[in-house]
Design a protein around this ligand. Structure first.
Ligand SMILES: [Zn+2]
Ligand SMILES: [Zn+2]
Length: 355
Protein backbone atom coordinates (compact mmCIF):
# COMPACT_ATOMS: atom_id res chain seq x y z
CA UNK A 1 0.00 0.00 0.00
CA UNK A 2 1.27 3.48 -0.83
CA UNK A 3 2.07 5.75 2.07
CA UNK A 4 2.43 9.45 2.74
CA UNK A 5 3.90 11.62 5.49
CA UNK A 6 2.32 13.91 8.08
CA UNK A 7 4.21 16.36 10.27
CA UNK A 8 2.80 16.10 13.77
CA UNK A 9 2.87 18.80 16.41
CA UNK A 10 3.57 17.14 19.75
CA UNK A 11 2.60 18.43 23.21
CA UNK A 12 6.18 19.61 23.81
CA UNK A 13 6.11 21.72 20.62
CA UNK A 14 8.30 19.27 18.68
CA UNK A 15 7.42 18.38 15.11
CA UNK A 16 7.54 14.71 14.23
CA UNK A 17 7.13 13.11 10.80
CA UNK A 18 4.94 10.00 10.64
CA UNK A 19 4.26 7.68 7.76
CA UNK A 20 0.70 6.50 7.15
CA UNK A 21 -1.10 4.49 4.48
CA UNK A 22 -3.03 6.46 1.85
CA UNK A 23 -6.59 5.21 2.32
CA UNK A 24 -9.26 5.60 -0.38
CA UNK A 25 -11.43 8.71 0.02
CA UNK A 26 -14.92 8.50 1.47
CA UNK A 27 -17.81 8.97 -1.02
CA UNK A 28 -17.98 12.62 -2.08
CA UNK A 29 -14.48 13.32 -0.76
CA UNK A 30 -11.09 13.06 -2.40
CA UNK A 31 -7.47 12.31 -1.66
CA UNK A 32 -5.26 15.27 -2.52
CA UNK A 33 -1.51 15.66 -2.87
CA UNK A 34 -0.46 18.89 -1.17
CA UNK A 35 1.16 21.16 -3.76
CA UNK A 36 1.82 23.95 -1.35
CA UNK A 37 0.87 24.80 2.25
CA UNK A 38 1.41 28.30 3.60
CA UNK A 39 2.28 28.96 7.22
CA UNK A 40 -0.56 31.05 8.64
CA UNK A 41 -0.25 33.14 11.81
CA UNK A 42 -2.51 30.72 13.65
CA UNK A 43 -0.12 27.84 12.84
CA UNK A 44 2.63 29.81 14.58
CA UNK A 45 0.36 30.43 17.59
CA UNK A 46 -0.46 26.72 17.85
CA UNK A 47 3.21 25.78 17.50
CA UNK A 48 3.99 28.15 20.38
CA UNK A 49 1.41 26.47 22.59
CA UNK A 50 -1.48 28.82 21.93
CA UNK A 51 -4.20 26.17 22.15
CA UNK A 52 -5.37 24.68 25.46
CA UNK A 53 -6.38 21.23 24.22
CA UNK A 54 -4.57 20.42 20.99
CA UNK A 55 -1.61 18.24 21.85
CA UNK A 56 -1.17 15.97 18.86
CA UNK A 57 -2.25 17.36 15.55
CA UNK A 58 -1.13 18.17 12.04
CA UNK A 59 -0.89 21.91 11.43
CA UNK A 60 -1.54 23.63 8.11
CA UNK A 61 -4.83 24.81 6.60
CA UNK A 62 -3.84 27.36 3.90
CA UNK A 63 -3.04 25.23 0.86
CA UNK A 64 -3.49 24.07 -2.70
CA UNK A 65 -4.12 20.38 -3.35
CA UNK A 66 -4.02 18.27 -6.48
CA UNK A 67 -6.63 15.55 -6.82
CA UNK A 68 -4.99 12.11 -6.85
CA UNK A 69 -7.99 9.89 -6.03
CA UNK A 70 -11.73 10.52 -6.21
CA UNK A 71 -12.60 6.95 -5.29
CA UNK A 72 -14.22 6.53 -8.69
CA UNK A 73 -16.90 9.11 -7.86
CA UNK A 74 -17.67 12.27 -9.77
CA UNK A 75 -16.36 15.29 -7.90
CA UNK A 76 -17.54 18.87 -8.44
CA UNK A 77 -16.42 22.19 -7.01
CA UNK A 78 -18.74 24.78 -5.47
CA UNK A 79 -19.65 26.12 -8.93
CA UNK A 80 -20.44 22.71 -10.36
CA UNK A 81 -17.17 22.44 -12.26
CA UNK A 82 -16.07 18.82 -12.58
CA UNK A 83 -12.82 17.93 -10.82
CA UNK A 84 -10.83 14.99 -12.07
CA UNK A 85 -7.51 13.49 -11.07
CA UNK A 86 -4.71 15.96 -11.73
CA UNK A 87 -6.87 19.07 -11.17
CA UNK A 88 -5.77 21.52 -8.51
CA UNK A 89 -8.18 22.99 -6.00
CA UNK A 90 -8.42 25.27 -3.00
CA UNK A 91 -10.93 24.40 -0.30
CA UNK A 92 -12.36 25.70 2.93
CA UNK A 93 -10.26 24.44 5.85
CA UNK A 94 -13.53 23.88 7.75
CA UNK A 95 -16.70 21.91 7.12
CA UNK A 96 -20.18 23.19 6.34
CA UNK A 97 -22.69 20.45 7.17
CA UNK A 98 -25.78 22.16 5.73
CA UNK A 99 -28.07 20.71 8.39
CA UNK A 100 -27.15 22.14 11.82
CA UNK A 101 -29.08 25.04 13.37
CA UNK A 102 -26.60 27.64 12.04
CA UNK A 103 -26.40 26.18 8.53
CA UNK A 104 -30.21 26.02 8.35
CA UNK A 105 -30.49 29.77 8.90
CA UNK A 106 -27.77 30.43 6.31
CA UNK A 107 -25.00 31.26 8.75
CA UNK A 108 -22.79 28.54 7.35
CA UNK A 109 -19.58 30.22 8.57
CA UNK A 110 -20.75 29.29 12.09
CA UNK A 111 -21.50 25.63 11.26
CA UNK A 112 -21.56 23.65 14.49
CA UNK A 113 -19.26 20.94 13.12
CA UNK A 114 -16.90 23.32 11.31
CA UNK A 115 -13.82 21.94 13.05
CA UNK A 116 -14.87 18.28 13.32
CA UNK A 117 -12.08 17.22 10.94
CA UNK A 118 -9.52 19.77 12.05
CA UNK A 119 -6.73 19.45 14.61
CA UNK A 120 -7.00 15.63 14.74
CA UNK A 121 -4.17 13.30 15.53
CA UNK A 122 -2.75 11.62 12.46
CA UNK A 123 -3.05 8.34 14.35
CA UNK A 124 -6.79 8.51 13.65
CA UNK A 125 -7.97 7.47 10.21
CA UNK A 126 -7.92 8.78 7.54
CA UNK A 127 -4.62 10.20 8.95
CA UNK A 128 -4.27 13.14 6.54
CA UNK A 129 -6.32 16.04 7.85
CA UNK A 130 -3.76 18.82 8.16
CA UNK A 131 -1.86 20.42 5.29
CA UNK A 132 1.67 20.13 6.70
CA UNK A 133 1.79 16.74 5.04
CA UNK A 134 2.32 15.07 1.70
CA UNK A 135 -1.43 14.40 1.30
CA UNK A 136 -4.83 15.54 2.54
CA UNK A 137 -8.23 13.89 2.79
CA UNK A 138 -10.87 16.31 1.57
CA UNK A 139 -14.12 15.80 3.48
CA UNK A 140 -17.35 15.97 1.45
CA UNK A 141 -18.53 18.88 3.64
CA UNK A 142 -15.56 21.10 2.74
CA UNK A 143 -16.31 23.34 -0.23
CA UNK A 144 -13.82 23.69 -3.07
CA UNK A 145 -12.96 25.94 -5.98
CA UNK A 146 -10.99 24.62 -8.94
CA UNK A 147 -7.72 26.49 -9.53
CA UNK A 148 -7.54 27.73 -13.13
CA UNK A 149 -4.66 26.49 -15.27
CA UNK A 150 -2.93 29.88 -15.49
CA UNK A 151 -2.86 30.52 -11.71
CA UNK A 152 0.30 29.06 -10.14
CA UNK A 153 -0.03 27.22 -6.83
CA UNK A 154 2.41 29.69 -5.23
CA UNK A 155 -0.32 32.34 -5.58
CA UNK A 156 -3.45 30.21 -5.28
CA UNK A 157 -2.37 28.99 -1.83
CA UNK A 158 -3.27 32.40 -0.44
CA UNK A 159 -6.98 32.04 -1.39
CA UNK A 160 -7.81 29.93 1.69
CA UNK A 161 -7.58 31.11 4.39
CA UNK A 162 -6.04 34.59 4.23
CA UNK A 163 -7.60 36.18 1.18
CA UNK A 164 -11.08 34.65 1.50
CA UNK A 165 -11.04 35.76 5.15
CA UNK A 166 -9.96 39.27 4.16
CA UNK A 167 -12.80 39.44 1.66
CA UNK A 168 -15.24 38.31 4.36
CA UNK A 169 -14.02 41.25 6.46
CA UNK A 170 -14.57 43.69 3.61
CA UNK A 171 -18.11 42.31 3.21
CA UNK A 172 -18.77 43.01 6.91
CA UNK A 173 -17.82 46.70 6.74
CA UNK A 174 -20.83 49.03 6.73
CA UNK A 175 -21.21 50.93 3.47
CA UNK A 176 -21.69 54.24 5.29
CA UNK A 177 -18.26 54.06 6.96
CA UNK A 178 -16.25 52.31 4.25
CA UNK A 179 -15.10 55.47 2.47
CA UNK A 180 -12.87 55.79 5.53
CA UNK A 181 -10.21 56.77 6.45
CA UNK A 182 -9.49 53.13 7.27
CA UNK A 183 -6.84 51.49 9.44
CA UNK A 184 -5.72 47.89 9.50
CA UNK A 185 -3.72 46.74 12.53
CA UNK A 186 -1.47 43.84 11.52
CA UNK A 187 0.50 43.81 8.26
CA UNK A 188 0.60 40.04 7.71
CA UNK A 189 -1.17 38.25 4.89
CA UNK A 190 -4.55 38.69 6.63
CA UNK A 191 -4.26 42.45 6.99
CA UNK A 192 -2.94 42.93 3.46
CA UNK A 193 -5.72 40.72 2.10
CA UNK A 194 -8.25 43.20 3.48
CA UNK A 195 -6.49 46.03 1.64
CA UNK A 196 -6.31 43.92 -1.53
CA UNK A 197 -10.02 43.13 -1.42
CA UNK A 198 -11.30 46.58 -0.44
CA UNK A 199 -12.77 48.88 -3.10
CA UNK A 200 -9.95 50.72 -4.91
CA UNK A 201 -11.25 54.15 -3.95
CA UNK A 202 -10.82 53.45 -0.20
CA UNK A 203 -7.54 54.40 1.42
CA UNK A 204 -5.85 52.39 4.14
CA UNK A 205 -3.23 53.04 6.78
CA UNK A 206 -1.41 49.83 7.74
CA UNK A 207 0.18 49.54 11.15
CA UNK A 208 2.08 46.70 12.79
CA UNK A 209 3.74 46.80 16.18
CA UNK A 210 6.60 44.77 14.68
CA UNK A 211 8.85 47.39 13.09
CA UNK A 212 9.61 46.81 9.43
CA UNK A 213 6.71 44.44 8.89
CA UNK A 214 4.63 47.17 7.27
CA UNK A 215 6.96 47.47 4.30
CA UNK A 216 4.78 45.17 2.17
CA UNK A 217 1.94 47.68 2.46
CA UNK A 218 3.99 49.82 0.03
CA UNK A 219 3.02 47.37 -2.74
CA UNK A 220 -0.58 48.59 -2.58
CA UNK A 221 -1.46 51.89 -4.27
CA UNK A 222 -4.35 52.49 -1.84
CA UNK A 223 -2.27 51.84 1.32
CA UNK A 224 0.29 53.68 3.41
CA UNK A 225 2.63 52.03 5.92
CA UNK A 226 2.70 53.66 9.37
CA UNK A 227 5.70 53.43 11.69
CA UNK A 228 3.56 54.71 14.53
CA UNK A 229 -0.09 55.49 15.07
CA UNK A 230 -1.34 59.07 15.10
CA UNK A 231 -2.32 60.47 18.53
CA UNK A 232 -5.91 59.46 19.17
CA UNK A 233 -6.86 62.67 20.96
CA UNK A 234 -9.29 62.45 23.89
CA UNK A 235 -11.05 59.36 25.17
CA UNK A 236 -14.00 59.96 22.88
CA UNK A 237 -12.02 61.01 19.79
CA UNK A 238 -10.31 58.89 17.14
CA UNK A 239 -8.86 59.03 13.64
CA UNK A 240 -10.49 56.27 11.58
CA UNK A 241 -14.00 55.37 10.49
CA UNK A 242 -12.98 51.74 10.03
CA UNK A 243 -10.41 49.83 12.09
CA UNK A 244 -9.72 46.20 11.16
CA UNK A 245 -7.95 44.12 13.80
CA UNK A 246 -5.79 41.67 11.84
CA UNK A 247 -3.10 41.25 14.51
CA UNK A 248 -3.16 38.32 16.91
CA UNK A 249 -2.55 40.19 20.16
CA UNK A 250 -5.45 41.21 22.44
CA UNK A 251 -3.91 44.69 22.89
CA UNK A 252 -4.79 45.39 19.26
CA UNK A 253 -8.43 45.69 20.35
CA UNK A 254 -7.52 48.40 22.85
CA UNK A 255 -5.70 50.23 20.07
CA UNK A 256 -8.70 49.86 17.76
CA UNK A 257 -11.01 51.33 20.38
CA UNK A 258 -8.70 54.33 20.77
CA UNK A 259 -8.30 54.88 17.04
CA UNK A 260 -11.90 54.45 15.86
CA UNK A 261 -13.88 57.64 15.39
CA UNK A 262 -17.33 58.21 16.86
CA UNK A 263 -19.86 56.36 14.71
CA UNK A 264 -17.19 54.15 13.19
CA UNK A 265 -16.69 50.38 13.05
CA UNK A 266 -14.18 47.90 14.41
CA UNK A 267 -13.95 44.55 12.61
CA UNK A 268 -12.24 41.69 14.43
CA UNK A 269 -10.48 38.89 12.61
CA UNK A 270 -6.97 38.34 13.94
CA UNK A 271 -7.52 37.58 17.62
CA UNK A 272 -8.69 34.01 18.05
CA UNK A 273 -7.14 32.91 21.34
CA UNK A 274 -9.46 32.82 24.37
CA UNK A 275 -7.00 31.92 27.11
CA UNK A 276 -7.26 33.49 30.58
CA UNK A 277 -4.15 35.48 29.67
CA UNK A 278 -5.69 36.93 26.49
CA UNK A 279 -7.35 39.75 28.39
CA UNK A 280 -7.28 43.53 28.10
CA UNK A 281 -9.13 46.13 30.12
CA UNK A 282 -11.39 48.52 28.29
CA UNK A 283 -13.93 51.09 29.36
CA UNK A 284 -17.20 49.75 27.87
CA UNK A 285 -18.66 53.24 28.19
CA UNK A 286 -16.29 54.40 25.44
CA UNK A 287 -17.97 51.96 23.03
CA UNK A 288 -21.39 53.27 24.00
CA UNK A 289 -20.47 56.95 23.94
CA UNK A 290 -18.65 56.71 20.63
CA UNK A 291 -21.51 54.73 19.09
CA UNK A 292 -19.06 52.24 17.65
CA UNK A 293 -20.13 49.04 15.87
CA UNK A 294 -18.00 46.01 16.69
CA UNK A 295 -18.22 43.22 14.10
CA UNK A 296 -16.27 40.04 13.59
CA UNK A 297 -15.49 37.81 10.66
CA UNK A 298 -14.86 34.17 11.51
CA UNK A 299 -14.49 31.84 8.53
CA UNK A 300 -16.16 32.66 5.19
CA UNK A 301 -18.45 31.33 2.47
CA UNK A 302 -18.28 30.05 -1.10
CA UNK A 303 -18.55 33.55 -2.64
CA UNK A 304 -15.46 34.78 -0.78
CA UNK A 305 -13.34 31.75 -1.75
CA UNK A 306 -14.38 32.06 -5.39
CA UNK A 307 -13.74 35.82 -5.34
CA UNK A 308 -10.31 35.19 -3.81
CA UNK A 309 -9.32 32.91 -6.71
CA UNK A 310 -10.63 35.48 -9.20
CA UNK A 311 -8.73 38.31 -7.51
CA UNK A 312 -5.48 36.33 -7.61
CA UNK A 313 -5.91 35.77 -11.36
CA UNK A 314 -5.88 39.52 -11.88
CA UNK A 315 -3.09 42.03 -11.39
CA UNK A 316 -3.27 42.28 -7.61
CA UNK A 317 -0.25 43.53 -5.60
CA UNK A 318 -0.62 40.28 -3.62
CA UNK A 319 1.17 38.63 -6.56
CA UNK A 320 4.29 40.59 -5.61
CA UNK A 321 4.37 39.73 -1.90
CA UNK A 322 7.80 38.29 -1.03
CA UNK A 323 7.66 34.49 -0.78
CA UNK A 324 9.92 32.13 1.19
CA UNK A 325 9.76 28.44 0.26
CA UNK A 326 10.74 25.38 2.29
CA UNK A 327 10.60 21.62 1.70
CA UNK A 328 8.26 19.67 4.00
CA UNK A 329 11.07 18.35 6.19
CA UNK A 330 12.16 21.94 6.96
CA UNK A 331 8.85 22.70 8.69
CA UNK A 332 10.54 24.00 11.86
CA UNK A 333 12.57 26.49 9.83
CA UNK A 334 9.41 27.52 7.97
CA UNK A 335 7.50 28.16 11.20
CA UNK A 336 10.44 30.13 12.58
CA UNK A 337 10.61 32.23 9.40
CA UNK A 338 6.88 32.96 9.65
CA UNK A 339 7.31 33.93 13.30
CA UNK A 340 10.10 36.37 12.37
CA UNK A 341 7.74 37.88 9.75
CA UNK A 342 10.56 38.15 7.21
CA UNK A 343 8.39 37.50 4.16
CA UNK A 344 4.90 38.25 3.01
CA UNK A 345 4.27 34.51 2.81
CA UNK A 346 6.05 31.35 3.90
CA UNK A 347 5.24 28.16 1.97
CA UNK A 348 5.95 24.50 2.48
CA UNK A 349 6.22 22.68 -0.84
CA UNK A 350 5.72 18.92 -0.26
CA UNK A 351 4.98 17.86 -3.87
CA UNK A 352 4.72 20.87 -6.14
CA UNK A 353 7.34 22.81 -8.06
CA UNK A 354 9.40 25.47 -6.31
CA UNK A 355 8.72 28.85 -7.82
ZN1 LIG B 1 -5.19 30.72 8.49
ZN1 LIG C 1 -23.66 23.08 9.91
Amino acid sequence: MTTGVTINLRADGGLEPREHPLLPPRPGGALLAIERANVCGSDVHLWRGGHPTLHDCVLGHEFVGRVVDTGGERLYDAWGERLTEGDRLVCSYFRVCGSCAMCRIGRTNLCEVAYASWGRSSLEQPHFRGAFASHYHLHPEQFTVKVPEELPSSLAALANCALAQGLAVVDRIRADVLPGPCLVIGAGALGLSVVAGAPKETSWDVYDRIAGRCANAGLFPNARALDSLPPAGGTLDGNYDVVVVAAGTPEAFETALEQVRPGGQIVMMGIINTRDTDVVSIRPGVLTRKGVTVSSAIRYGVPQLAAAVDLLRGDTPLRRLPLAEFPLDAVTAALAAAERCESGRVSLVPNGELR
